[in-house]
Design a protein around this ligand. Structure first.
Ligand code: AP5
Ligand code: ZN
Length: 217
């Protein structure tokens, strides 16, 4: 399946994407994770991206689209993919459509994760991530690691993302409403949007997502 995941920061896109990608056997492509990998490797792209990310703004389209395209080619994503955090505005959605058109393929669904603002703020405030792998995600109360500050999966150090400060989260939410939400209408016009509640235990959200995607085809 070819799926795009959308939802406000903290809705649980990364958490669900890891699980759905495994179940559906498709590569999980997260532009946020790709930028964070570039930042930790101190690449030129990472240096550029960091200033935008720390402020809670979108990284410019030109570099984001090129990076997403590269990763999709590398992952040989023609047969399926789960995009997490891309596209994030209408011009990125148009660029993705163009790319898929040239391959003669189409998206199957756009999965929209809904969660109230007070919940996403709580999820982000308590999120802790592993230094070794940003797919190892914890929460100080919802998903406590066995030992404080230590990753259960690999023993790596857990840290709080620089863009998870309260002020930056407010900007990210605003950017989501003004720039990203319009892609939901863009995809509704193509009949692709499937909306699910992202509240409740992680497993239940995954079950809900899989059921909704199954109905799509
Ligand atoms: P990105 O990394 O994509 O961040 P985001 O969209 O803000 O989303 P988050 O990672 O904050 O949240 P999530 O929905 O994945 O939640 P998670 O599963 O971790 O982007 C970061 C930045 O990169 C952007 O601001 C931008 O600057 C740049 N960028 C990225 N893509 C770009 C693009 N296409 N164009 C331009 N710029 C781009 O869950 C959150 C917490 O909640 C965790 O602690 C988790 O354990 C917990 N949790 C999850 N589910 C549940 C549940 N059901 N119940 C209780 N707790 C839960
Ligand atoms: Zn780890």
């Amino acid at each position: 399946m070819r799926i795009v995941l959308v939802g406000p920061p903290g809705a649980g896109k990364g958490t669900q994407a890891t699980r759905l990608a495994e179940k559906l056997r498709v590569p999980h492509i997260s532009t946020g994770d790709l930028f964070r990998a570039n930042i930790s490797q101190q690449t030129e792209l990472g240096k550029l991206a960091k200033s935008y990310m720390d402020a809670g703004n979108l990284v410019p389209d030109e570099v984001t689209i090129a990076m997403a395209k590269d990763r999709m080619e590398q992952a040989d994503a023609v047969n399926g993919f789960l995009l997490d955090g891309f596209p994030r505005n209408v011009s990125q959605a148009e660029a993705l459509d163009e790319l898929l058109n040239t391959e003669g393929i189409k998206l199957d669904a756009v999965l929209d994760l809904e969660a109230p603002e007070e919940e996403v703020v709580k999820r982000i405030a308590g999120r802790r991530i592993c230094r070794n792998d940003s797919a190892h995600v914890f929460h100080v109360s919802y998903k406590k690691p066995a030992k404080e500050g230590v990753c259960d999966v690999c023993g790596g150090e857990l840290y709080q993302r620089d863009d998870d400060s309260e002020a930056t989260v407010r900007t990210r939410l605003e950017v989501y409403h003004t720039q990203t939400e319009p892609i939901i209408d863009y995809y509704k016009a193509q009949g692709l949007v499937v909306t699910i509640e992202a509240m409740g235990p992680v497993d239940e959200v995954t079950t809900r997502a899989l059921a909704a995607l199954k109905r799509e085809g």
